[in-house]
Each structure stands twice: as structure tokens, then as C-alpha cells.
Design a protein around this ligand. Structure first.
Ligand code: ADP
Ligand code: MG
Length: 243
């Protein structure tokens, strides 16, 4: 128990620090970006110097993204539960990602179990989880491929942590990308681990945090050359959660 309290304390301190940092950095960062935008507008369209303010704007946006994600990761606030229709959430995300997918020759297919009822969850947080996973899948297939998003009920599946042994819903995001090496598989989800030039390495860590707080589980199945399947397991709870 003492260790759990210490861990909770540490996370709370981290959350306070991250929130403070985000707040302190916001204004100077906005200043840099604004000044760079002014410079970009002042320069002639064919100026050799245009590249510099553009890099500054891009990098300022990148810092902003890292800070927003870090804030999310360190945020001590747990899920705010309301009934969530998973298929509507997934449908909306897929609609918005169609363009990014289409421009890379990625086809998207869905297979939803229509018997799955709305579950108690934090809709905004689950949207982030599925968006991160779907984006990762699309980013993993720059030369095209297939993305599939499916849902199903796992019969009497229960976790050690899940004392009430509620049934679980699985949402699976599978791609035909290059897969993940065994070495990298051990590292994904560790904050800041990324293999991308412009990645933050915070996406999967955020997914794990949110799914864990929902008393669920994130499962990663991936082998080099065989694509990647990430399953989000969530308790199929239909009435308000206490505590
Ligand atoms: P980011 O996307 O910013 O790199 P993530 O935490 O979302 O950070 O992902 C961490 C790393 O996990 C990625 O850089 C990539 O190496 C690996 N990864 C995640 N999803 C996939 C996927 N669908 N296929 C292959 N590799 C993946
Ligand atoms: Mg990502």
C-alpha cells in the first residue's frame, strides 16, 4: 500500500510539474511562433530565407504537441464515465482519417459486432486511444496496405485485476505494415520511444494509461513482415462505475 501511495504521490507531482511547465512555456512559444509567422509574411515569396521562419513555425508546433501529450500523460484526472457507443466513436475517427489513408493507398475495412451495447467509458479519452492507434497504423503503411478495425465480445474473459469478472469488449486495429521487431516491441509504450523522424513517442504510453484507468488492457501482436494488431480490451460495463 505504501508503495502504491508513493507512486500516486509521484504521479501527482509529475502532473503538477507538467501542468506548470505547459503553462509557463505556452506564452514564450506563442511569441516565437508569432514572430516567425510575421517574418514569413514579410519575406518575398521567392526569398531563400523563407525556409528559416517555416522551420521555426514547424518546430514550435512540435514543441506544442509534445507538451500537450506530456500533459495528457501526466494528468491525474481519471475517466469521466458516460455511456459510449464505441462504433459511433470509431466511425467518426475513420471518416476523418479517410483522406490521410487514401493519399497513401491504405484501404480501411470495418467489422463491428452490432450486439455490443454502449459501455461506460470516457468518450474523449477513448477517442484519443483509437485515433492514436489508427494514426500509427496508417503511418506504418506509407506505401499502402490494409487497415482493419473490428469489435467483438470476449466470452467470460477476465483479468486478474478485474475482480468483478465482467465480460470484455475487444476493439482490434490491425495493419499490413512492416510490423515491430522483438527488440522494439519491448520498448514501445515507453514515453519518448519512437522510430519516426517526427514522432513524439507518447502515443502508445497515453493509450496504455487511459486503457489501464478504464480497467482494461492493451495487447500488441506484431512480427516483422506480418503487420501489427493492437487490441484494446475494455470491460463491458453498462451501468455507472463506482469509485
Ligand atoms: P509515435 O507514433 O510518435 O512514434 P507511439 O507511442 O504512437 O509514438 O509509437 C511508438 C513506436 O511504436 C512508433 O514509433 C513505432 O516504431 C511503433 N509502432 C506503433 N504502432 C505501430 C504500427 N501499427 N506498426 C509498426 N510500428 C508501430
Ligand atoms: Mg503514434
Amino acid at each position: 500500500l505504501e508503495a502504491a501511495v508513493r507512486q500516486a504521490d509521484r504521479l501527482a507531482t509529475l502532473g503538477t510539474l507538467a501542468a506548470g511547465l505547459a503553462h509557463e512555456v505556452k506564452n514564450p512559444l506563442g511569441g516565437i511562433k508569432g514572430a516567425a509567422q510575421l517574418l514569413e509574411r514579410e519575406l518575398d515569396d521567392d526569398s531563400d530565407l523563407l525556409e528559416y521562419p517555416r522551420v521555426m513555425i514547424k518546430e514550435a508546433e512540435r514543441i506544442d504537441k509534445i507538451i500537450r501529450q506530456l500533459l495528457e500523460l501526466a494528468s491525474p484526472r481519471g475517466p469521466r464515465y458516460t455511456p459510449v457507443n464505441l462504433h459511433m466513436v470509431l466511425g467518426d475517427i475513420i471518416l476523418l482519417q479517410r483522406e490521410a489513408a487514401g493519399s497513401r493507398d491504405v484501404s480501411i475495412s470495418t467489422g463491428f459486432d452490432p450486439s455490443i451495447p454502449p459501455i461506460m467509458a470516457d468518450e474523449a479519452q477513448l477517442t484519443q486511444v483509437f485515433l492514436n492507434l489508427i494514426r500509427n497504423a496508417i503511418e506504418a503503411m506509407p506505401e499502402g496496405g490494409r487497415l482493419s478495425v473490428t469489435s467483438r465480445v470476449l466470452a467470460e474473459y477476465h483479468l486478474a485485476r478485474n475482480e468483478n469478472r465482467s465480460r470484455m469488449v475487444a476493439v482490434e486495429v490491425a495493419d499490413t505494415g512492416p510490423g515491430i521487431s522483438e527488440e522494439n516491441l519491448a520498448k514501445v509504450g515507453t514515453p519518448f520511444f519512437t522510430t519516426k523522424d517526427n514522432g513524439t513517442g507518447l502515443g502508445l504510453a497515453i493509450c496504455q494509461k487511459i486503457v489501464g484507468e478504464h480497467r482494461g488492457m492493451l495487447k500488441i501482436d506484431s512480427k516483422p513482415g506480418q503487420g501489427t494488431k493492437i487490441s484494446v480490451l475494455l470491460p463491458l460495463i453498462q451501468s455507472p462505475v463506482k469509485g
